[in-house]
Write a protein that binds this ligand. Structure first.
Ligand SMILES: Cc1cc2nc3c(=O)[nH]c(=O)nc-3n(C[C@H](O)[C@H](O)[C@H](O)COP(=O)(O)OP(=O)(O)OC[C@H]3O[C@@H](n4cnc5c(N)ncnc54)[C@H](O)[C@@H]3O)c2cc1C
Length: 481
């Protein structure tokens, strides 16, 4: 019997440009692809409800892709090391291949697997494949990690060489006997109640094929104008690739390659591709930061913010924000888009986050936890950096005193109220002039639009002049420390 290779698929749920899988295929021996759901190792950052739904659909899709090339996806739930040991026993495999991860849980798991394999005399290899550059490759002249984005990205652009993604295997050699696989139900990923995810399912096609179609759509219809449309939540002006990137259903190296090809073919549109690659750069930045500062999900990068007088824990204000009942239309539209579709536009993420941490003075970690549970693209590095950026306590963050005004932000980026009208339908008949500030509309205008403040739409939950002053006073209190 030829010893098979176990390939852990956790780091990248795809066949295309999956270096661990490609290396196993090249070895010419039977390959056993495995996915292990190890909730315990992630602690409070185990996949949230929306991510669990996505993961279930994605694993189903991946299973079908493996079957199409004569293989199978073996599922297991439990501690990764224990599960891999059991699979080594059951299959006689002498090698374990995997993609490298950067979160504290992934790094802990890799180290533990490595130790276990060493003791058993099994080869344990990890492959880079989720980033354009590895964290060890990008350092300042002093050898320290970059904590400011612009010089970080400049350095990355110098270092990134021509990237040639590896194509998906056409056929994988099967083992003589397949090990047992858990049923999908044993992974406990399905939403409860089941219909909870129906609106999310109407918005997305999880899995590698869905990601490829999304990239095709973006390159064909959106990329050229991305720089202009990326801040407009009422348009399909971004790639919506974030969940596919978060689950590794599309390779960032494949995305890079397509962008470069586009820029070369349509030189006048280079700015769209370059602006897009810069956003991909923010993803690299966030992941490198999480690698270098593994306690970022819990602790602010700027120490002085440890003393900030945040409000914390459950509370009515937090619930109103979560439900999209703040009385500020762009904030409510964003929070309802998140609940209904599992995704929110980046501009609106910044507005709703600013409202929570500055106008409500609520702890950014409570906001991050809500996003974690409801986003289909929940990504520990991006989510942590996004929240710390808005709260002003993170790397290269927006200064705390810069407080987004939800009315002027709405008027600037959603001038006709297209976005608000879609997600806050009770305001749909308001004229453009008042769509972002119904609380300033004359009684007759409200009546004509069928809006009753405090009735079918809430009155503003804060007086923004006062909440702004309160936020600045809170900032003053930590500056004295
Ligand atoms: C408070 C807050 C929380 C966030 N939480 C997450 C999260 O959990 N997961 C997540 O993927 N993104 C998060 N982001 C970043 C960003 O909002 C999303 O990546 C983006 O909206 C996804 O939509 P898209 O794929 O259409 O983006 P595009 O504009 O098409 O960008 C392409 C890709 O670049 C990356 N990217 C874009 N903007 C950022 C950014 N600011 N930081 C890091 N990477 C970026 C993403 O991978 C994205 O898919 C957060 C931002 C904020 C302000």
């Amino acid at each position: 019997m030829i010893d098979p290779i176990l390939v852990l698929m956790n780091g990248g749920l795809r066949l295309d440009d999956q270096p661990a899988l490609a290396a196993a295929e090249r070895a010419g021996v039977p390959v056993i692809p495995v996915y292990i759901l190890d909730d315990a190792v992630h602690g409070e950052w185990k996949p949230g409800a929306a991510s669990r739904w996505w993961l279930m659909k994605s694993l189903e899709a991946l299973g079908r892709s493996f079957e199409a090339i004569g293989s199978r996806l073996i599922l297991r739930a439990g501690g990764t090391v224990h599960m891999v040991e059991a699979l080594l026993e059951a299959t006689g495999a002498k090698s374990v291949f995997m993609l490298r991860g950067y979160s504290p849980a992934a790094r802990w798991t890799e180290a533990a697997l490595h130790d276990m394999c060493k003791v058993r005399g099994v080869t344990c290899r990890r492959f880079a494949g989720s980033l354009l550059l590895e964290p060890e490759q990008v350092a300042t002249g002093a050898g320290t990690p970059y904590t400011v984005f612009t010089p970080f990205w400049r350095r990355c652009r110098e270092l990134i060489e021509d990237i040639e993604p590896t194509p998906a295997p056409l056929r994988l050699r099967a083992p003589e006997v397949w090990p047992e696989s858990a049923d999908m139900a044993e992974l406990n990923l399905a939403p409860k109640p089941a219909f909870w995810a129906d609106p999310i399912a109407a918005s997305w096609v999880p899995g590698e094929n869905g990601g490829r179609l999304m990239l095709d759509r973006f390159v064909a219809d959106v990329m050229a104008g991305y720089q202009r449309t990326r801040d407009l939540p009422g348009q399909e002006g971004t790639s919506r690739l974030s969940p596919y990137l978060a689950f590794g259903e599309i390779s960032v190296r494949r995305v890079w390659r397509r962008c470069r090809a586009f820029a070369t073919a349509f030189e006048t549109a280079e700015s769209g591709a370059a602006a897009y690659l810069r956003e991909i750069g923010w993803r690299e930045f966030a992941t490198h930061l999480l690698f270098h500062f593994p306690d970022l999900p819990e602790q602010p990068l700027r120490d002085q913010f440890k003393a900030f007088p945040w409000r914390q824990g459950p509370g009515d204000a937090l619930t109103e924000w979560q439900k999209g009942l703040t009385g500020f239309p762009i904030v409510d539209a964003g929070m309802r888009e998140l609940w209904q579709t599992g995704w929110m536009h980046n501009r609106v993420r910044m507005i709703v986050a600013s409202f929570l941490v500055k106008d409500l003075l609520w702890h950014w970690r409570d906001g991050a936890a809500w996003f974690w549970d409801t986003l289909v693209d929940a990504d520990l590095a991006n989510n942590t950096m996004g929240w710390q950026w808005v709260a002003g306590c993170g790397p290269d963050a927006a200064p705390y005193f810069r407080i987004f005004n939800p009315v002027t932000q709405g008027e600037k980026f959603d001038p006709k109220g297209t976005y608000v009208r879609e997600f806050v339908p009770e305001l749909a008949d308001l004229p453009d002039e008042y769509i972002h500030k119904p609380f300033e509309a004359p009684a007759l205008v409200l009546k004509a639009a069928g809006v009753t403040l405090g009735g079918n739409y809430p009155k503003p939950m804060v007086d923004r002049r006062l909440s702004r002053e309160r936020a600045l006073a809170a900032l003053g209190s930590i500056k004295k420390n």
